[in-house]
Design a protein around this ligand. Structure first.
Ligand code: OFO
Length: 183
């Protein structure tokens, strides 16, 4: 008896999403290393945790594919893009990566809806909610940068933003307490 409960199209799309979450993790890992080397330790702390969170998302998708009896295809992860040019550029890029991933999540929701695959539709709702949280977080970072002067922000304002993010675990609900079991 066939125990695979996902269509070929859905299994392929979920595998792509798994790689996309891994790619997001690599992107934040590289941005975190960049931030640290620029002296922004608070930003680096935030981005390192975010990288871990994206990896947890990857695991969540992987576990779901297995749970539904389909095949997991672990592929190469594309290289992250070049380093940001500035902190302002970094935060803008974080938001656009999140929006890009939201679009990928919506694509999966659409496929699930078309196929009347309500189990996957239900599974994907967690990601829909998560993306709202992450976009909000990225927008808040951009608002802070805007208040500080954007690209023209002075060192003292950048210092304060960095300091703020060094204590972010208490304020970043989506990133704290994340584990592979509880992404
Ligand atoms: Fe995986 O949550 Fe952001 O991208």
């Amino acid at each position: 008896m066939n125990t695979n409960r996902l269509s070929g199209k859905m299994a392929e799309a979920l595998n792509q999403q798994m790689t996309k979450e891994a790619h997001a993790s690599q992107i934040y890992l590289s941005y975190a290393a960049w931030a640290d080397s620029e002296g922004y330790e608070g930003v680096a702390n935030f981005l390192f945790r975010h990288a871990q969170e994206e990896r947890n998302h990857m695991m969540k998708v992987l576990e779901y594919i297995l749970q539904r009896g389909a095949k997991v295809e672990v592929t190469a992860i594309p290289a992250p893009p070049p380093n940001p040019a500035s902190l302002n550029d970094c935060f803008e890029k974080v938001l656009s990566h999140e929006i890009d991933n939201t679009n990928a999540v919506y694509r999966l929701v659409n496929i699930a809806h078309e196929e009347k695959d309500w189990a996957t539709f239900n599974f994907m709702q967690w990601f829909v909610k998560e993306q709202v949280e992450e976009e909000t977080l990225a927008m808040k970072l951009m608002s802070k940068m805007k208040i500080a002067g954007g690209e023209k922000a002075h060192g003292d304002a950048l210092y304060m933003i960095d300091k703020d993010l060094s204590t972010a675990p208490d304020g970043v609900k989506s990133a704290e307490e994340a584990t592979a079991d509880k992404p």
